[in-house]
Design a protein around this ligand. Structure first.
Ligand code: DX5
Ligand code: ZN
Length: 230
């Protein structure tokens, strides 16, 4: 089966200037971003701390774009309602962090959010099989979560192909997202491998070029590279 759909670019604010966060987010929106990706870290599930619901609410007030909230936290059930109230559109949890993943996904949906699940680079694709029918998005991590500006793990493209096949089989409307180390050199590969939502942090928010220019360069690099069965 072959599916064609336009890709979405989701800039991650992790490397944005937090002193000018509203401006940064608005620059991404004006530059053609589709979602804003927010990386929540608890210093336990990942070895880094970032921010919580108050920053999500601040971003909610600054943009009309859907907010794609990536929870890199242990036992995320404790905070789902807070992030929903802060304005999250998507809430994505790690399969490694949830004992009762189906219940967590159900709760996200009940809160009125779109449910995403993700897995660390060393977690097998098979961990997704039973939950795919219940989610709106699957996220393939292409770096070990916790930090921006890391190097893309090359085996992620093969993993994306296997995830895309599983999604086509079990829930064809589900999005396949990729996160970590994406830039103009590899965006075409990840799209061809099956990703249709592309998270990009340091290749969008950096001191080398304006945000809009960076987004345009990514779109150009991915042009025409809509997913097809390989
Ligand atoms: C990693 C985060 C990513 C990260 C992406 O823990 O989940 O969203 O910020 O940043 P880049 O694109 O710089 O790898
Ligand atoms: Zn992320």
């Amino acid at each position: 089966m072959s599916t064609k759909r336009p890709i979405k670019i989701a800039p991650s604010i992790l490397t944005a200037d937090f002193g000018r966060l509203a401006d940064e987010v608005q620059a991404a929106e004006a530059g053609g971003a589709d979602y804003i990706h927010l990386d929540v870290m608890d210093g336990r599930f990942v070895p880094n701390l970032s921010f919580g619901p108050s920053i999500v609410a601040a971003v909610r007030a600054a943009t009309q774009l859907p907010l794609d909230v990536h929870l890199m936290i242990e036992d995320p059930d404790r905070y789902l309602a807070d992030f929903a109230e802060a304005g999250a559109t998507f809430l994505t949890v790690h399969v490694e962090a949830c004992i009762h993943l189906h219940r967590t996904v159900q709760r996200i949906t009940e809160l009125g959010c779109r449910a995403g699940v993700t897995l660390n680079p060393a977690t097998p694709v098979e961990a997704l099989r039973e939950i795919i029918p219940f989610v709106d998005m699957v996220l393939v991590m292409s770096v070990n979560p916790g930090f921006g500006a890391q190097r893309f793990i090359e085996t992620a493209t093969n993993k994306l192909r296997r995830v895309r096949r599983m999604v086509e089989e079990l829930n064809p409307l589900c999005d396949v997202e990729v996160d970590g180390g994406i830039d103009t050199h590899n965006i075409d590969d990840v799209v061809r491998s099956g990703a249709n939502v592309i998270v990009v942090g340091s290749a969008v928010f950096n001191s080398r070029a304006p945000v809009a220019e960076n987004i345009a360069a990514l779109r150009k690099a991915a042009r025409g590279a809509l997913w097809r069965e390989i």
